[in-house]
Design a binder for this molecule. Structure first.
Ligand SMILES: Nc1ncnc2c1ncn2[C@@H]1O[C@H](COP(=O)(O)OP(=O)(O)O)[C@@H](O)[C@H]1O
Ligand SMILES: [Mg+2]
Length: 457
């Protein structure tokens, strides 16, 4: 049955488990006065009696008695969705974001990441959802409850964080911040228990590693034209074969991020140029022998944690290579959409396009307009089309629910589109750009939309 959006209020009443609605809403939800029905919020349920609100026949207000509110741990009133599913009336959806580093301080409940989560929760405006942050420590599995942080508007319109007990959610967005946090006992225990918990999807679980993604996509004819040739734990011979075949080779850590550990090798003057960022600046060295180069690189880096990859000769803008961060989401219809395409232009001498190493972010269509003029639309479409095919292929191959992806995409000097990396926990730094604010908001709203889809609302 369809979802109905209503205003929820509470009626102080210590003795009756009751839900009071005007007759028109009752009819929409196929309810009869005085009938009993199971009401759920997330994973909590209670039986209540349905009562007719005779005094406000035309309103869109649903009242719940305080006894029922307590029983279901309904955190707040306001705009919310109701859905009849068989013999059950669902209130919700309840959407929980799970992370670690959650604190008691109401000014900074998620420490330095508080503003990141505040922006995510702000996107609930007008959606009629219960949206909250919790940590694996905060779950009471025996009661199907969780203690969570909610973002509420205070009297003067400013936001305040409030900690409240509520029901285990209908759907969970995994925002555990790092691979190391994933290894914590509490996180592992939480994920293990959730896997055996009824009917609670969690999307964007875990982190991808570059080799795993490569293995999934390279054999797939739908997308394989976008995937550079790649080898794991590359021997000297592997690197030699690659640099014979391609003028550029990239060496990168399988679990790397932000460009850390990335090395670029370029054939040059009968020898090889090597460049990388060493923490304080860009380093460039020339080697005549590949074996000396290999030794130099892997003296301080573990070969087994590295990949060797066909280097792509990136297109340049004002003399500097650039690529794109394409931010994709699933919408409420479970379809992939591009929420943002940001161009990242490499800093001078940098082997990657990260802002950390001097790179700059420009809205993708602005850069494409400069370079391609009238043919901009064609390039935008080429990148979006490849990104959506890649996202679809990743989700299919992984077999997990994915609501969001950040793809690092490049265009080579012939105009061909390549994918360097797929991020399951994409950062949001591109959205700091003044002209990407609308895309930022869209992206955060899409997270709510996809959650509603997964929650079956
Ligand atoms: N095979 C490649 N050819 C050309 N440039 C590459 C290649 N691989 C990576 N890069 C550059 O390095 C950047 C970072 O690489 P990526 O694989 O995304 O690693 P990280 O996890 O560190 O972000 C890319 O955005 C791109 O600019
Ligand atoms: Mg990257």
């Amino acid at each position: 049955m369809e979802t109905t959006r209503v205003r929820l209020r509470f009626l102080p009443h210590p003795h009756v488990y009751g839900i009071i609605l005007p007759i028109n809403l009752m009819q929409q939800l196929q309810l009869r006065p005085r009938q009993r029905i199971t009401i759920t919020l997330g994973k909590k349920e209670a039986v209540a009696v349905v009562l007719n609100d005779k005094r406000n026949p035309d309103s869109n207000v649903v009242k719940i008695t305080s006894l029922l509110q307590d029983e279901l741990s309904i955190p707040h009133g306001g705009l919310i969705n109701l859905k009849r599913e068989g013999e059950t009336l669902r209130i919700g959806p309840a959407i929980g974001i799970v992370t670690t580093g959650v604190r008691r301080d109401p000014r900074n409940p998620i420490g330095p990441r508080t503003s990141f989560f505040q922006k995510l929760l702000q996107a609930q405006e007008g959606k009629g959802v219960f949206y909250y942050i919790f940590s694996p420590h905060d779950v009471d599995w025996s009661k199907n409850e969780v203690v969570a942080w909610f973002l509420r508007k205070g009297k003067n319109g400013s936001y305040v964080w409030r900690k409240m007990k509520t029901a285990m959610p209908d759907v969970i967005y995994d925002r555990v911040p790092s691979r190391s946090a994933e290894k914590h006992e509490a996180v592992r225990d939480f994920k293990y228990k959730l896997a055996n918990y009824p009917n609670t999807p969690m999307f964007n679980q875990g982190f991808f590693n570059k080799w795993g993604v490569h293995q999934l996509l390279y054999p797939n004819p739908e997308v394989n034209e976008h995937i550079p040739e790649t080898y794991t734990s590359p021997s000297l011979q592997t690197v030699r074969n690659l640099i014979k075949k391609y003028p550029i080779v990239y060496l990168k850590p399988k679990n790397g991020s932000l460009g850390y550990g990335i090395v670029k090798v370029v054939r040059s003057g009968g020898g090889y140029d090597v460049s990388y960022h060493n923490g304080s600046g860009n380093v460039k060295r020339h080697f005549t022998k590949l074996s000396a180069l290999y030794q130099h690189i892997f003296r301080s880096r573990r070969v087994s944690s590295y990949l060797a990859q066909q280097g792509i000769s990136l297109m340049t803008y004002q003399g500097r290579p650039f690529d794109f961060r394409v931010h994709l989401h699933k919408n409420q219809l479970n379809q992939w959409v591009v929420s943002c395409t940001a161009a990242k232009v490499a800093g001078s001498g940098s082997v990657t396009t990260h802002v950390r190493t001097g790179g700059t972010v420009i809205p993708g269509d602005e850069l494409l307009q400069h370079l391609f003029g009238r043919q901009k639309a064609m390039m935008v479409e080429r990148i979006s089309d490849a990104s959506i095919r890649l996202a679809t292929a990743i989700e299919m191959a992984k077999g997990i629910d994915l609501g969001e992806l950040g793809l690092d995409m490049g265009i080579d000097t012939h105009g061909h589109v390549w994918m360097f990396e797929a991020n399951s926990k994409p950062g949001r730094s591109i959205f700091k750009h003044a002209r990407l604010k609308q895309a930022d908001y869209e992206s955060r709203k899409l997270l709510v939309d996809y959650s509603c889809y997964l929650a079956n609302f």
